[in-house]
Write a protein of this length. Sequence first.
Length: 393
Amino acid sequence: MNTQAIIARDDANVLHTYGRSPIALVEGRGMYARDAEGREYLDFTSGIGVNALGFCHPAWVAAVSAQAGRLQHTSNLYYTEPCGALAEELCRRTGLDAVFFGNSGAEANEGAIKAARKYSVDTYGPGRSKVLTLVNSFHGRTLATLTATGQEVFHRDFGPFPEQFAYVPAGDLAALREAAGGPDTCALLLELVQGEGGVVALEKAYVEQVAAFCRQRDILLLVDEVQTGVGRTGTFLACEQYGLQPDIVTLAKGLGGGLPIGAVLMTRKVAQHMGPGSHGSTFGGNPVACAGALAVLGELTDDRLAKDNALAAALRAGLQTLPHVQAVTGLGLMVGVAFADGVSAAAVRTACERQGLLVLTAKTRLRLLPPLILTQEDVDKALAILRSVLESL
Ligand SMILES: *Cc1c(COP(=O)(O)O)cnc(C)c1O
């Protein structure tokens, strides 16, 4: 099938909820994908931060195929090896104590909100159920996580919404003190680098003050690392760079290396309240998804992360030298580019696609989320294409 036929069939039968580029990808290897006409694209999107090891990494393919051929699913009524092995490795790398597995970022955040409310109701009784989030945040598309998302544009047309959510502007400690003034707040949920909100990193000093404030009041600190986690920002969790020890961390995107998986990691203090029947998910902890995630963690060694930090620095330095670039934001290989001179990020993205480079946008910015297996050669090539695109605008 050619691109035109693939697009026409999709348009006829798939819900039109996405603004797609007119590209039909049929195969990929490492940093490159190929479309139906055989054109190659250097991928600086990793499927929105998902393909941490690029396309079809041999270790990931081997782990997933072996598990698919051995035991693909059992339900959570039985034990399987990959689920426990992955939970053990995640606890080891994060210092947290227990994990619940689901299938997506939104589902992980739902689990985090439930665990926070359960802890609060068991510890303080009912009525202390308010969850604070930040203005400009993004936490998912289910009704509760949509409500948690601090952007009006996502809320339009979908109410009524679950109660007891409120928003505070990032960087404004006084607003947080005020919003959490009553006795009814149980948790604060935040992203350390707001991804969909435009790749905006929070200030370290603000985050430290927030953590101290929450600790004082026993307001649980929930960090949404769905996009920032699993090495994306240069450390396994972005929390490490902020010196944070949260009560709950959520992961998803990069964890499965391309298969759907989400995780809610928590301290023993919170975990002990989530007993049998308190939460569940049919596909959660699926052995094939867990085997894939274990392969991802196996490749993301300290050595690999050190390389990624050097490459992130080179990419950021290179971007600063390009025409029309006003600012380079984010952390590690989660990169935002703000343009001056009225240059539109969407126009840059389209022009890059024509020259064989896949990139993303977030709000008015260009967003780069390359696979964590990239090399200096890939950085140089992406910068060369971006330079040629920006020089022609
Ligand atoms: C992508 C994202 C989500 C939602 O994840 P899904 O897997 O699409 O449900 C939640 N939080 C953050 C920070 C994200 O980037």
